[in-house]
Write a protein that binds this ligand. Structure first.
Ligand code: NAD
Length: 384
């Protein structure tokens, strides 16, 4: 299959590119390297010393004999996106090329508009180019479980049956996102659903949980590492806790710590995206998959990190701090997760087993975390 990965330089994009290539797919990537610049803006860097794209491509070819193609460019530029999709005519586009940080989008109006314009315009450019040049191409788009928010009822996979005033219908499940970033994903979902309806495109909108970890089978040497962020805006809760443990700082859950979300290890996120790409929906179908493995509260995550880092001689402590976000700190959370297991998804490791891989890997880069540790504690506040 000919696959394009939008956002191939990112945390998920690089391991996915290697995995799809290892499975024999023909992979072309796109990126504008904005993630690297946006992390630098917040005075941080990846804990792992990631290579430039040209060095990554060379290292991958040297190790495997396989070639990954790459174009540098910005998906919000309509002519660029139109041209590459016209040239490549892929069977599948995996669209990861967005700005994925809730705190970054909450800094001020510029960061809100940058996030929403980047994400919504990029996705629309892809939709229009697919319609024009590759109408049979499957768009596999990464949304987020955060689109649903934390309703006090079970969360289905995209749609639910509802009876209201004696009439029944199957409707999109209400979205109640908690940041300007998550709202950009909701707007994307609506735009993609509409494009499938009017143009008969096929798309999978993946509602992904929080991804953690750093290891995949293809990351066989340091020059193939993916990024691992730990600062307040780009590091997800679990990744931040791991980094804090490694430098001997307290782990800092926000508020009461009962905020519960779906989590999935990096290698399993790659496994799920591969399954979805290799099992596309029908023409005209807008398919929604909830992609996570286990649910944990923030306090649970911190306890798991304390336990596993103890196995490596680290005496980590938990210190709750004021919550900079506006979110429920204790709530019901019960999302469905049936469609990916039906496609064959089998989680590789439980959380502790994955942490046993992540923590020693990070210990190797302790000095890089130390160097930017000021970036960990939250300064961006939801209420400004
Ligand atoms: N990592 C997670 O925990 C997680 C959870 C849920 C959803 N997601 C979603 O998965 C996707 C990938 O996440 P990630 O963690 O790999 O993020 P990432 O920031 O590491 O990767 C995204 C890549 O896209 C590139 N990019 C952004 N805008 C672009 C543009 N206009 N043109 C070209 N390239 C552009 C960035 O430079 C970056 O390399 C995102 O859409 C994110 O919202 C991630």
């Amino acid at each position: 299959m000919k696959v394009m990965i939008m956002g191939m330089d990112g945390y998920l994009g690089w391991p996915l590119a290697m995995h799809l290539s290892a499975r024999g797919h023909n992979v072309t990537g796109i990126d504008n390297f904005s993630r690297r610049r946006n992390v630098e803006e917040l005075k941080s860097h990846s804990a792992t010393p990631i290579k430039s794209m040209s060095d990554r491509l060379k290292a991958y070819q040297r190790k495997t004999g396989k070639k990954l193609d790459f174009y540098e460019g910005d998906l919000t530029k309509t002519d660029f996106t139109d041209k590459i999709i016209a040239e490549e005519k892929p069977d599948c586009i995996v669209h990861l090329g967005e700005i994925p940080s809730a705190p970054f989008s909450m800094i001020d109006v510029e960061h809100c508009n940058y996030t929403q314009t980047n994400n919504i315009v990029g996705t629309n450019n892809i939709l229009f180019a697919i319609k024009k040049h590759a109408p049979k191409c499957h768009l596999l788009k990464l949304g987020t479980m955060g689109e649903y928010g934390t309703p006090n009822i079970d969360i289905p996979e995209g749609f639910f049956e509802i009876e209201y005033r004696g009439r029944k219908d199957t409707l999109p499940f209400p979205r109640q996102p908690g940041s300007w970033y998550h709202l950009s994903k909701v707007h994307d979902s609506h735009n993609i659903m509409f494009a499938c309806k009017i143009w008969g495109l096929a798309s999978t909108d993946i509602m992904q949980g929080v991804v953690h970890g750093i290891v995949t089978d293809e990351m066989t040497s340091d020059d193939l590492l993916t990024r691992f962020d730990f600062d307040e805006a780009w590091g997800t809760a679990l990744n931040r806790f791991c980094a804090q443990a490694v430098i001997g700082n307290e782990l800092t859950p926000y508020g009461k710590g009962g905020q519960t979300r779906g989590y999935i290890a990096l290698r399993d996120s790659v496994q799920c995206m591969t399954l979805a790409a290799e099992n596309p929906p029908k023409d005209g179908e807008y398919r929604v998959l909830n992609q996570f493995d286990e649910t944990y509260s923030v306090n649970d995550l911190a306890k798991h990190v304390v336990k596993v880092s103890g196995e490596f001689g680290i005496d980590a402590k938990i210190w709750s701090i004021e919550n900079p976000r506006l979110e429920k700190e204790e709530h019901y959370y019960h999302p469905d997760r049936e469609k990916l297991p039906a496609l064959g998804f089998k989680p590789t490791n439980d959380l502790d087993a994955e942490l046993r891989l992540t923590i020693p890997k990070l210990m190797k880069y302790r000095s890089r975390i130390e160097e930017k540790k000021e970036a960990i504690m939250p300064k961006i506040k939801w209420r400004g």
